[in-house]
Design a protein around this ligand. Structure first.
Ligand code: MN
Length: 233
C-alpha cells in the first residue's frame, strides 16, 4: 500500500539504458575525488594522499543529448569526464574480491564543477556541495550492463570540447580501481541497488561556457554528448 503523501512525491531520477526502453533508477550519486595522478598534479594537490568521496543529489542527473543550463554564481564551471558505475546490489564492508558482484553496468558521465566555488569552500574548510552538488551537475550517458561490457579495467576515457580533445586518459590510470572504490565506500556507508559512482577524472579539466558541445567517451563502454546552455533566468 502506498504512503499517503501530503504533497506529490518527487519523480524518481533515472539513467537511460543503451539499446533499451528500460531505465536505471538512481538512488544516490557517489563521486571519487583525486583518483588519477595527473589530475592531482594539475590541481596542485598532495599526490601521496589517498582518494576520497563526496556526493551529488540523485536528481542532478542529466540525460545524453541534453542542454545543461549554465549554473548560477560561478564564473569557472569545469568539466570532469568520469567512468560511471551503476550498482544492482550493495551492502556494508564489501570485500574487494566481491565488489564486482554488486555492479549492474557502466557508463560515462561528467562531474560538472563550479571550480571557483569548490576552491573557495575548500580554502574555508567548508563543505563542497555548492561547488559540486548543484542542479544538472551530473550528466550521464546510457548505461550498458556487465553482460555486454564486462568489467572494464583499461581503455581510453576522453572528453572533447567543440571537437577538440581536452581530456585524454585511460581507465588503467585509476588510483583506486572500481572494486577498491566500492569496498572503500561500503566501509563509510551502506551501498544499495540504484547507487551510482563517478570514479574520478583524468587530467585536462578546464572551463566550459555556454554554447560548448561536450563529447565524452569511455572506450568500449559508451558515449555522452551534452551542450552547455545559457543560465536559467
Ligand atoms: Mn570528479
Amino acid at each position: 500500500m502506498s504512503a499517503d503523501y501530503v504533497i506529490s512525491p518527487p519523480p524518481q531520477p533515472t539513467i537511460a539504458v543503451a539499446g533499451s526502453s528500460k531505465v536505471f533508477p538512481v538512488r544516490r550519486i557517489w563521486c571519487v575525488g583525486r583518483n588519477y595522478i595527473e589530475h592531482i598534479r594539475e590541481m596542485g594537490q598532495d599526490e601521496r594522499l589517498p582518494p576520497f568521496c563526496f556526493a551529488k543529489p540523485a536528481d542532478a542527473v542529466v540525460a545524453d543529448g541534453s542542454t545543461v543550463p549554465y549554473p548560477s554564481l560561478t564564473k569557472d564551471m569545469h568539466h570532469e569526464v568520469e567512468l560511471v558505475v551503476a550498482l544492482k546490489s550493495g551492502g556494508r564492508n564489501i570485500p574487494v574480491a566481491k565488489a564486482n558482484d554488486c555492479i549492474w553496468g557502466y557508463g560515462v558521465g561528467i562531474d560538472l564543477t563550479r571550480r571557483d566555488l569548490q576552491i573557495a569552500s575548500r580554502d574555508l574548510k567548508r563543505p563542497w556541495e555548492i561547488g559540486k552538488a548543484f542542479d544538472h551537475s551530473a550528466p550521464c550517458g546510457p548505461l550498458k550492463p556487465v553482460s555486454e561490457v564486462g568489467h572494464p579495467t583499461k581503455g581510453k576515457i576522453t572528453l572533447k570540447c567543440n571537437g577538440k580533445i581536452r581530456q585524454d586518459g585511460d581507465l588503467n590510470q585509476l588510483i583506486w580501481n572500481v572494486p577498491e572504490i566500492i569496498s572503500n565506500l561500503s566501509e563509510m556507508v551502506e551501498l544499495v541497488a540504484g547507487d551510482i559512482i563517478m570514479t574520478g577524472t583524468p587530467s585536462g579539466v578546464a572551463a566550459t561556457v555556454a554554447g560548448d558541445k561536450l563529447e565524452c567517451e569511455v572506450e568500449g563502454v559508451g558515449k555522452l554528448t551534452v551542450t552547455i546552455g545559457s543560465p536559467l533566468k
